[in-house]
Write a protein that binds this ligand. Structure first.
Ligand SMILES: [Zn+2]
Length: 437
């Protein structure tokens, strides 16, 4: 079926100008027809290209009790995302073409957004033998990462970058010096000492950032620095850009919203890796977003079972969920707090990530894919983890009053999320087996 959907009374995400936009068969049309099969009255809401999250743990294969491709992408759609890149630190690790194909097949059947598999850099993420990177790219991998683990050996990282460069893929780096991290569980400092919790120094991250910047220069490979959290790391990325190297970086909402103080207040719901840092690092995160050092934002959505997170702090796993709060935390913590404009913040979830992974562009113009997010940037709501679509419930933002919400999400023209308040006249998009993967 190829009905026409038209969105009226929206505002363009960049210019704020009124915009009507129509699409059919997953592609944006030239102009908006007077009548359509489905009509959405946006009521002045912001229309943006669909949000993209380059750093999500969907936990499949193997850990479906924590999250599945189905539940994780439903959470993504509800959060305004039309594409997520999923990390390969599953059980088994996605380190061969069979598992990349498995993820894509599963996504085609179950997913509510595009699923872009990231394959491992080394077999079993053990940091030793390299994977078949060219074959992995041909199978559909968009990047390579041993995320969850650092690549400890500089020589292995060098060879990985050389090979990945050949394959035309970036390496997403989880930067952590294991010896410096030791058995730490939160940011190192006086608070950790007071709480009696072993600390992780910021240098555990930033020394590896510096190393991989040097290796990017040596090899010409593309390095993408995942979940940067501290001032020294942002400085390392800034310098790499000054030197004209192919180094990009992301940060996550919790690093601009919170400091290590949240550990004292929220316990294991504030335990993630890298850990929440100091007020100085939080300010540096915002500064790096403002001055363009940061290429894109990402959630590091990392769902865990409730029992896992209910353990004593040092026993509980690292990680929080993020897909259903990311947009609101961006509008609340960056835009309404006066640090950046709404278009600047949104490009870090749209154009930015697409550029980093060389994904097809999405513009609000004829011929582009109808991957769209309709945003009410004024809507206030209270974060309630029980209402999440994700199986993960652990978030330090539970109970927080936030502003900004995805009213509707379309992926390849298919309605994947709609707020009950949104007036939609006509037939709702039913699943047409459109290939989202
Ligand atoms: Zn990581």
């Amino acid at each position: 079926m190829s009905h026409v959907t038209v969105i009226r009374n929206a505002r363009h995400w960049k210019t704020g100008e009124p915009i009507d936009l129509a699409f059919q068969r997953g592609v944006i049309l030239e102009g908006a027809p007077a009548s359509a099969d489905v009509t959405v009255d946006a009521g002045g809401a912001i229309l943006s290209p669909g949000l993209v999250d380059l750093h999500v743990h969907l936990r499949e294969p193997g850990q479906g009790s924590r999250e599945t491709i189905e539940t994780g992408t439903r959470a993504a759609a509800a959060g305004g995302f039309t594409a997520v890149a999923c990390m390969p630190n599953t059980e088994p690790v996605v380190d061969n073409i069979a598992w990349v194909e498995w993820v894509r097949t599963r996504a085609r059947a179950m997913a509510s957004c595009r699923v872009l598999p990231i394959a491992a850099v080394t077999i079993g993420q053990k940091g030793e033998r390299l994977t078949e990177m060219i074959a992995l790219k041909q199978a559909g991998a968009v990047a390579l990462s041993d995320d969850g683990h650092p690549i400890v050996s500089a020589a292995t990282m060098r060879h990985a970058l050389e090979y990945a460069c050949h394959a035309g893929l970036p390496i997403v780096c989880h930067e952590e010096d294991p010896a410096l991290k030791g058995d730490g569980h939160m940011n190192e400092g006086t608070l950790a000492t007071r709480l009696g919790i072993r600390g992780i120094p910021a240098a555990a991250e930033s020394v590896m950032v510096r190393r991989d910047v040097e290796l990017a220069e040596l090899t010409g490979g593309r390095v993408h620095l995942a979940h940067l959290s501290c001032s020294a790391s942002f400085e390392g990325l800034r310098e790499a850009k000054r030197r004209g190297l192919a180094v990009t970086g992301e940060t996550c909402p919790h690093y601009w919203m919170l400091t290590e103080d949240a550990v004292a207040e929220r316990g294991t719901a504030a335990k993630m890796n890298p850990p929440l840092r100091t007020e100085r690092d939080r300010a540096a995160t915002i500064a790096a977003i403002q001055d363009g050092t940061i290429d894109c934002l990402a959630t590091d959505h990392a769902p865990h079972g409730e029992d896992d997170k209910r353990q004593p702090f040092e026993m509980a796993p690292f990680g929080i969920v993020g897909l259903e709060t990311a947009l609101a935390l961006t509008i609340t913590g960056l835009v309404r707090a006066g640090h950046v404009t709404l278009p600047w913040a949104l490009q870090l979830w749209t154009e930015g990530p697409r550029r980093v992974f060389h994904l097809p562009e999405v513009r609000l113009a004829a011929g582009f894919p109808a991957d769209l997010t309709l945003i009410d940037a004024e809507r206030e709501w209270v974060v309630d983890p029980e209402a999440f679509h994700s199986k993960g419930r652990s978030t330090p933002f539970a109970g927080m009053r936030v502003t900004g919400r995805a009213l509707a999400t379309w992926c390849a023209g298919e309605l994947t999320h709609a707020d009950p308040s949104l007036p939609i006249a006509g037939r709702r998009s039913e699943r047409e087996g459109a290939a989202l993967a």
